[in-house]
Ligand binder design. Structure first.
Ligand code: FRU
Length: 464
């Protein structure tokens, strides 16, 4: 990190490229789908338009890994080429039974006058690379509009299979519905997943249930929430309710408080899975944006748009959810970290893949960090608020997202790439995910020091 950098010599097409995030080889990527560790290999599928950078013709893109760091790209696993999915192989999930991989997804079909149909479909595979579609599984449920999608399937301890789906009631309010099955083929409709109706938006997408020893979490992405102070500032949000999943598969919420999973500008439709080490791992889509902002993403001229988050391990203990980068990502560090001394306020970047770790001995009075003259991260002790701001690439104006911490600030960990940042605060009690598009010449990190006696340690790792 010493001396002048080589960033300005990067070619135009490369300057926003991401190296350790999963991106589409070309075209548009959205939700993570079908996450599973099958026969020892991690499979990540994703919503993928191979033919352009707009939301159309979704197939399931496919990457695999044995270490959650290096990803191998494969051809699309499922293409929209049957009558029941001709306008999109929409989001869904994966499970295994008797060594067979079962993929559940929503077939999207558009008719005349903007009408739409949705079918909950199955595809199976014996090796994880060749897939056979089995078609729709059941009739559309009564009482719900055609906005029913994104099946998430898991097996209960009692052996029963559960499927939940994002849904819209006929009165145009959001819901999640539940089906159960004994064999993954024959499904029975059980009604709403929630014991009690929750008035939250007009449609709930990508539901998921995370089971921890202490509590269960119902994660979903509701559409139609109004901003409320620092909350719900993005076009759509993702969050969770804590509670308990009953043996019949109903979710009993403990306080009906919907808590956002990520405080950044771009985070949506995450999905979780439990790996063979029994970790709950989640990926999210770094991409939900206002349509005009999305259409202006600078990588579109290079033929691709959006990314998935790095894999995060989720834990829930003593009433606190933490999201932390999986430990395997430490293998991306090259060499020893550069230590930033208190008097150093500027660090020159020689590479655009960095991990920055900041630990404080005591709650700092204030803190601010600048990234490439674009992103600013700050903390104010009085209000215990962490704020992240960036320059919006469409309007050129600075915009911000913020959260009030429950306790004092102890640490920050940043995963930095050329155009994407994931910030983990206090061991992942709060997370901010965002894209940013800086100029090549802006290649510095800057750190402020509010108090000469402040005790902090900053390490900067270069990542491969
Ligand atoms: C969420 C979502 C899902 C749908 C998919 C289509 O981002 O709208 O509800 O299945 O994307 O690509």
């Amino acid at each position: 990190m010493k001396g002048r950098n080589h960033l300005s010599s990067q070619s135009e097409a490369k300057k926003h490229q991401l190296s350790y995030h999963i991106v589409p080889p070309k075209g548009l990527l959205n939700d993570p789908n079908g996450l599973i560790q099958y026969k020892g290999v991690y499979h990540v599928f994703f919503q993928w338009n191979q033919h352009g950078t707009v939301h159309q013709s979704k197939s399931w893109g496919h990457v695999t890994s044995t270490d959650l760091v290096h990803w191998e790209y494969h051809e699309a696993a499922l293409e929209p080429n049957d009558w029941y999915d001709k306008d999109g192989v929409y989001s869904g999930s994966a499970v295994t039974k008797d060594d067979t991989l079962y993929l559940f997804y929503t077939g999207n079909v558009r008719g005349v006058n903007d009408s739409r149909e949705s079918y909950q479909c199955l595809a199976v595979s014996k090796d994880g690379f060749h897939f056979e579609k089995e078609g729709p599984l059941f009739e559309h449920p009564k009482g719900y509009t055609r906005h029913v999608r994104d099946p998430k399937v898991w097996q209960g301890e009692n052996g029963l299979w559960y499927m939940i789906l994002g849904a819209q009631r006929e009165d145009l309010t959001g819901d999640t519905i539940l089906y159960t099955s004994e064999d993954l083929l024959d499904w029975t409709f059980k009604g709403s997943l929630l014991e009690k109706k929750l008035p939250l938006g007009y449609m709930w997408e990508c539901p998921d249930v995370l089971q921890f020893k202490e509590k269960d979490l119902f994660v979903f992405s509701p559409q139609g929430l109004e901003p409320e102070g620092n909350k719900f500032q993005n076009i759509y949000q993702t969050g969770y309710l804590t509670g308990q999943l009953t043996p019949t598969g109903q979710f009993v919420s403990e306080n009906e408080e919907f808590v956002e999973l990520d405080r950044g500008f771009e985070f949506y439709a995450p999905q979780s899975f439990t790996d063979q080490k029994n970790r709950v791992i989640s990926f999210g889509w770094v991409g939900v944006m206002e349509p005009e902002v999305e259409a202006a993403v600078p990588t579109i001229k290079d033929g691709w748009v959006h990314a998935l988050t790095i894999p995060r391990e989720l834990t829930y203990q003593n009433g606190v959810l933490k999201q932390q980068p999986v430990e395997e990502l430490a293998a991306m560090r090259t060499g020893t970290p550069q230590k930033v001394e208190a008097e150093d306020s500027i660090v020159e970047l020689t590479s655009l893949q960095q991990e920055v770790i900041i630990n404080w001995k005591e709650d700092p009075k204030a803190f601010s960090m600048g990234i490439r003259d674009n992103v600013e991260i700050s903390y104010d002790q009085e209000t215990r608020t962490v704020t992240v701001s960036r320059i919006n690439w469409l309007t050129n104006e600075r915009e911000k997202r913020a959260v009030q911490l429950k306790k004092e600030l102890k640490n920050m960990r940043l995963f930095l790439e050329s155009s994407l940042i994931e910030l983990f605060v206090n061991d992942g009690e709060e997370v901010f995910t965002l894209r940013y598009f800086a100029e090549d010449k802006d290649d510095q990190l800057s750190f402020s020091l509010a108090d000469k006696n402040e005790q902090r340690e900053i390490s900067v790792y270069e990542l491969t």
